[in-house]
Design a protein around this ligand. Sequence first.
Ligand code: SAH
Length: 217
Amino acid sequence: MNFSIARKKMVHDQVIARGVSDRRVLDSMLHIPRHIFVQEAFAAQAYSDTALPIGEKQTISQPYIVALMSEMLALNGTEKVLEIGTGSGYQTAILATLAERVFSAERIRPLALRARKCLDSLKLFNVQLRINDTEGSPIGWEEEAPFDAIIVTAGAPSVPDILTDQLAPGGRLVIPVGSDTDQQLVKVIKRDNGELERCASIDCRFVPLIGKQGWRA
Ligand code: SAH
């Protein structure tokens, strides 16, 4: 299988065709090899229009969702970004090419360790990973706040205050919000006066965000 051709086709047929137009996002998805972030048995499906299992009952998001969420963050390369839910590390890698620094938290240790290897193999050294595997650890990364952008790649029952509190003025938070099986993508912008503006995008389906302002494990 020619992965480079599959990647071009993915960006054209799944991402551009559905209206994502941020050139930096498209270039990043053309460049980052998605197949190294999935288990070997799924490598041939890595560029398919679907989420895939990554072990530990978790999934790597569908390519279009990665593109859309990345575009919604409106990054120009200067930002400090927080990601909750490293998972495979694929979205993390895309963010690493779009922003200056990325902080990514994951609660399942083996996933974080595998993601670290993949990111290192691509020499994406502007990413810091953290493992939040103790019961009740707070969502977010308070010591590194504020962030210009925050992305949550697991579904939450509501927008956690603990995350909007970690946004810089002008910052954007993108998060799936809804039930534990079906959500809507929500973007929250923190205005310079601290007010929060919220708008909703498409319906989506993520694994649950676990924690105090998420769901129970
Ligand atoms: N962006 C990832 C998505 C992985 S699925 C990818 O495309 O591969 C979501 C991930 O969020 C899972 O790995 C899950 O373990 C993690 N997660 C859930 N709740 C979390 C929390 N409170 N803190 C950190 N990670 C969390």
